[in-house]
Structures are given as structure tokens and as C-alpha cells.
Design a protein around this ligand. Structure first.
Ligand code: GTP
Length: 360
């Protein structure tokens, strides 16, 4: 097998993460201070995969400016920017000229501890045209259910089966290892879905696809509640990233007093917390955030340059960069606040609110 390349699908609009994705494309949304896509790149590098194609479309500049040609990461990055979205298989067909042999495909919004080298071994052993990473879930009704036999041979794909009707609990986990010939099965020049069209067509044509079922950590970051869960898991060390459980990050050095900090908490550089504020548990503060006297932040992720005024409270919410919460204001659980939004003094934001300056 020649060196395995990787294609990462990063072209989606990320509508479920709005208003965060009005200002930041989903792959660049930070996980504990680092763009998610950069975390994915680290995983690839560790597995010896350095030739990466990014299939982008929505807000590509934020991605190309951060990663450049990849040389900073000792990788080679090629970009394909879609003018109109080509779908999860159309995006692969669109980069055919750059593909030399077997290649990984990653949905750009999955956080997983999947062992990529083990998946390469599995694929070699099985010898199919593709191996698909699957995980078992309790309720597959919100996912793409994949039916396979004891040997791993896949026989059917059932998108979002009504509750209680799925023939099994293994779902498509969004990482595939495919042979180059799979690209021959994808029509050019129109949107094509790999889950709904290409995989079922390959099976119907008698091609072999195999299920690589693992019990690795796995979460789809595309929904705000999952984004918060992912942070909790990273802070707890359940999903092993760079962050150790405890009070971590470059911002810790600047803390005058830790009495109000309830671990686990991650603080980035330049962030200040008044000694009378309560921060944590499960809080991530990005760069240059300021938390003022008596403020309370729990179970929340704040990006960069966020200001929490005196006695303000923030619960189970996500605040994008530049957000300002006025003194005594309350941000109710499940809220998502977009870039630069200002919550005035004393305002009570209802739970589950989506606040944004973005004008359609
Ligand atoms: P939602 O709008 O919230 O559903 O998010 P999304 O637009 O990202 O769609 P979804 O989560 O279903 O996409 C799964 C992955 O495929 C994400 O990493 C997307 O960036 C990517 N993706 C979806 N559609 C396209 C496409 O047409 N082209 C490319 N290049 N990537 C896509």
C-alpha cells in the first residue's frame, strides 16, 4: 500500500452550530483553545499521514490562512474550494487528480480517539474497496445505521431508522479508508452523498465494504450540546487530548488566587479572573478573557477576548470571541452567543437562546 493520503471534508456550513459558524467555519471552532481541525491534523501526523487534501467551501479563507501549505506542521496540504457544495462524495470526486492510492476520508466535525494505524491494518487484512469506521450507540435513530455480518461485510445502509426499527446499533462514524477505484463510482459535476448514494451503489454492484467497529471515544461536534460535552470529556481526560485534568493552560500562570476556581478548568494566555469570581467546573476560557468581581461561570466554553462583568453569571453556554456580558447579567443554560455580541447590564438571557449580530 502506498502512503495513505487523507481527505478532510470541511465544506459544510455548520448550520446547527449557528451563530458560532457565522464568524468561524466549523473546522476552525476551537477545542480547548486550538482550532478543531488543527487537533485533527495532529492526530494524522502522529499516525504518519502527512499528505492532506482539504475539501472546503464555506469560509475557506479562515482555513487556508491558518494552515497555509502545511509546511509549518511538516505536512503537505492541498486545498479544493467548492463554489457550490458538492456533497460528501462529490467533494471527493472533485479532488480526484490529487489522489494517488488508498485514502482516508474524515468528516471534519468528528472528535474521536480512533487508532488510524489499526484501521489501516484492518483494511489491508480485509482487502475490500473500503473500510468504514463504525461505533455502537444505544439509539441509532439519529444516525446512519450500517448493517454488516460477523465477518464485517456490509450489506445495507439505513439513514436515520425510526426508533426501534434498526436491525443493529452500529452507526457510520464518519471515517473511511477507501481504495482509489471508489472515485470511479462517483459521478462528476453534481452534488453526491457518499452515505446515501455511493456506498449503497458500491454494495449493489457487488463491491466489498467492511465495518471496522471500535469502542473508541467518538462525538459529533456539530451540535452545541455535543460541543460542550466534548469539552467536558476533554477536561476529564476521557478524550485524551493535550489537556490534563485539573486547572490547566497558559493562563494559569497569571492567576492571582485559585480559591474561586473549581477544577477542571482550562485557561488560555492573557486571561484574568478576579479572586472573588467563581469559575468552574468544566469551564474553558480562551485568550485574553476577563472575568470580573463576583462573576460566576459554570459548564461553559468562552472563546477569546470575552468579558464577563461584575456579578454576571454564565451557565452551560458557549460564548464566541469578543462577547461582552454586562454587570449582573445572566446567561441561561444552553445559550449560544455569537461573535462580538453585547449583553447589556442586568439582562437575563433565557435558557437556550441564540444571540447574534449577524444580519442575513
Ligand atoms: P450542519 O449544517 O449543521 O448539518 O453541518 P454541516 O454543513 O457541516 O453538515 P454535516 O455535519 O452533515 O457534514 C459532515 C461533514 O462533511 C462536515 O465536516 C462538513 O464540513 C462536510 N461537508 C458537508 N457537506 C459538504 C460539501 O458539500 N462539501 C464538502 N467539501 N464538505 C461537506
Amino acid at each position: 500500500m502506498s502512503e495513505v493520503q487523507a481527505i478532510i471534508l470541511v465544506g459544510g456550513e455548520g448550520t446547527r452550530l449557528r451563530p458560532l459558524t457565522y464568524g468561524t467555519p466549523k473546522p476552525m471552532v476551537p477545542i480547548a483553545g486550538v482550532p478543531f481541525l488543527a487537533r485533527s491534523m495532529e492526530r494524522l501526523y502522529e499516525a504518519g499521514i502527512t499528505d492532506v487534501i482539504l475539501a472546503a467551501g464555506y469560509m475557506p479563507k479562515a482555513i487556508t490562512e491558518y494552515f497555509g501549505d502545511g509546511s509549518r506542521l511538516d505536512m503537505r496540504i492541498t486545498y479544493a474550494i467548492e463554489e457550490t457544495p458538492l456533497g460528501t462524495a462529490g467533494a471527493l470526486k472533485n479532488v480526484e487528480e490529487h489522489v494517488r492510492g488508498p485514502f482516508f476520508v474524515f468528516n471534519g466535525d468528528i472528535l474521536t480517539s480512533l487508532d488510524l494505524r489499526a484501521m489501516i491494518q484492518y483494511h489491508k487484512k480485509k482487502g475490500g474497496v473500503g473500510s468504514l469506521h463504525l461505533i455502537e450507540v444505544e439509539d441509532p435513530s439519529a444516525f446512519g445505521c450500517v448493517v454488516h455480518d460477523a465477518d464485517g461485510a456490509i450489506s445495507a445502509f439505513i439513514e436515520k431508522p425510526p426508533p426501534g426499527t434498526a436491525p443493529g446499533n452500529d452507526i457510520n462514524a464518519g471515517t473511511y479508508l477507501l481504495e482509489r477505484e471508489v472515485l470511479d463510482a462517483i459521478p462528476a459535476g453534481r452534488p453526491v452523498s457518499i452515505e446515501r448514494e455511493t456506498f449503497p451503489q458500491l454494495i449493489a454492484a457487488g463491491k466489498k465494504l467492511y465495518a471496522h467497529v471500535t469502542n473508541d471515544y467518538w462525538i459529533d461536534l456539530g451540535r452545541p450540546e455535543n460541543y460542550l460535552t466534548a469539552h467536558r470529556d476533554v477536561l476529564a481526560g476521557i478524550m485524551p487530548l493535550l489537556v490534563e485534568p485539573g486547572i490547566t493552560g497558559e493562563g494559569v500562570a497569571g492567576l492571582r488566587d485559585r480559591r474561586g476556581i473549581v477544577a477542571p478548568v482550562h485557561l488560555d494566555a492573557g486571561t484574568t479572573i478576579d479572586p472573588t469570581a467563581t469559575v468552574g467546573p468544566n469551564v474553558v476560557l480562551g485568550r485574553a478573557c476577563h472575568v470580573e468581581a463576583g462573576a460566576v461561570i459554570r459548564e461553559s466554553v468562552l472563546w477569546d477576548d470575552v468579558r464577563i462583568g461584575p456579578r454576571a453569571t454564565v451557565e452551560e453556554s458557549i460564548l464566541a470571541s469578543g462577547v461582552c456580558v454586562g454587570s449582573g447579567a445572566k446567561v441561561g443554560a444552553g445559550s449560544v452567543v455569537g461573535h462580538g455580541y453585547v449583553i447589556a447590564d442586568g439582562v437575563e438571557v433565557a435558557p437556550g437562546s441564540r444571540l447574534s449580530e449577524h444580519k442575513k
